[in-house]
Design a binder for this molecule. Structure first.
Ligand code: OFO
Length: 175
């Protein structure tokens, strides 16, 4: 049975995952409208992943005798300056989410809730990978330049495949 304070922070995380999903959907839509199809696909797929993370938490809360709260999702940011801004936003959002995940890990351990502590390890690994991915894509973008031509064309074309094959160990292997 979940303790009320653990149930509360898990539900807060449900909300955060939902907000991340909405933000990435918004970025994907913006990119698509600009003709950046690779960037759009990257963010649409990332949005789906965040939704899956939300669902995983919902199921865990309910299975442990808690009550998952389905959050109202506030309207995400929708106007962006350029592609660099959206990847900086991705990195910033993932860093914040890592911080929240660490807090749950810390609190569940302190509360002696080893089941939640164990469950959250999956999110710890996921956040590590997502931060590394965002950082690596920013570096690639820096090399390509963010004007719609030349290196950026290749960056945009190859981005979905890069995301699909990314693991932190592959970051330096030229994938
Ligand atoms: Fe849910 O993985 Fe990032 O935030």
């Amino acid at each position: 049975m979940l303790k009320p304070d653990i149930e509360k922070i898990l539900n807060k995380q449900v909300s955060l995952e939902g907000e991340s999903s909405a933000l990435y959907l918004s970025i994907g839509s913006w990119a698509e409208s600009k003709g950046f199809h690779g960037v759009a696909e990257f963010f649409y797929s990332h949005s789906e992943e965040e939704r899956a993370h939300m669902l995983k938490l919902i199921k865990f809360i309910n299975e442990r005798g808690g009550k998952a709260e389905i959050p109202a999702i506030s309207k995400p940011k929708s106007g962006f300056k350029d592609v660099k801004e959206v990847f900086n936003l991705l990195l910033e959002t993932e860093r914040e989410n890592t911080q929240r995940v660490s807090e749950i890990v810390h609190k569940s351990l302190k509360a002696g809730d080893y089941t939640t502590h164990n469950f959250m390890q999956w999110y710890v690994t996921e956040q590590m990978e997502e931060e590394a991915l965002a950082q690596t894509v920013l570096e690639k973008l820096e090399m390509a330049g963010d004007s719609p031509g030349g290196g950026f064309y290749l960056f945009d074309r190859d981005l979905p495949g890069f995301k699909a094959s990314f693991t932190p160990d592959s970051a330096d292997s030229g994938n």
